[in-house]
Design a protein around this ligand. Structure first.
Ligand SMILES: [Zn+2]
Length: 246
């Protein structure tokens, strides 16, 4: 049971089984929409798209940590010399210090749940649903602000103030990772998009799923649907036992 930093909601996701992994692997669409589908499969809640982007991304990283582990290894190319740079981080460290704070002068709007007011401009915090909606926009940040600020185009000074208030209320989780290039010793950074990272890791982690189902079905003659309902760990243990026996 985890507490989400902005909403204070508790999350109680079950671990994905083979059917969930297969559904994620076969789904098309953006990483955000595939993540939302995965979350709805893993719980009784259906309104995950209403979560703020912060809570949504924290939830995805917590799930990744519980199912695959705390340490994330990422690789990217150095823009200077094209050497492969490997960056490793702990999810627990990455999420450390992410909390919600309401700056002075920012007040909730009475009777308008989830909306805040600052200097006469009203705004709400971007949600995972907003993120999915603007993903293919030519300027996603601008499109996001237009959905979440009323009126949508306040003066620049006020807009900056609201962006800072949003960041304090719901800090960004997806932020650049910084590493040192072993080729040129330069400091390099790469953007991290939490939903893309978590979806790609779950898909990669499920690479052996078909082999495991095949092995177990041949050995025990269980139907595919039953094998897919097994918890991931148990399915792997059976497959490993069959491999060793062979
Ligand atoms: Zn380099």
């Amino acid at each position: 049971m985890n507490l989400l930093p902005v909403s204070g909601l508790t999350s109680d996701l079950r671990h994905p089984n083979g059917a969930d992994e297969l559904s994620l692997c076969e789904a098309t669409g953006s990483a955000v929409s595939r993540s939302l589908t995965l979350l709805s499969r893993l719980s009784d809640r259906s309104d995950w798209s209403a979560l703020t982007v912060t809570d949504f991304e924290v939830l995805l990283l917590q799930l990744r940590e519980q199912v695959i582990g705390d340490v994330c290894d990422l690789g990217f190319s150095c823009p200077q010399c094209a050497t492969r740079v490997e960056v490793s981080f702990r999810i627990s460290d990455f999420l450390d210090g992410i909390g919600s704070r309401r700056p002075p002068g920012v007040e909730p709007v009475p009777g308008r749940s989830g909306w805040f007011r600052s200097e006469g401009v009203e705004f709400r915090l971007p949600t995972a649903g907003d993120q999915a909606a603007v993903e293919h926009s030519s300027d996603p940040l601008q499109a996001l602000l237009e959905r979440c600020i009323a009126p949508p185009l306040p003066p620049v000074r006020l807009r900056k103030r609201i962006e800072r208030a949003m960041e304090a209320l719901a800090p960004e989780v997806s932020r650049p990772l910084v590493g040192t290039c072993p080729g040129c010793d330069g400091t390099v950074s790469a953007p991290l998009h939490v939903a893309r990272l978590v979806v790609s890791e779950f898909v990669r982690d499920a690479a052996s799923l078909h082999d495991e189902v095949d092995l177990i079905a041949r050995a025990y003659h269980w139907p595919e649907a039953d094998i897919l309902q097994l918890p991931r760990r148990r399915r792997r243990a059976y497959a490993e036992r069959i491999r060793q026996a062979a």
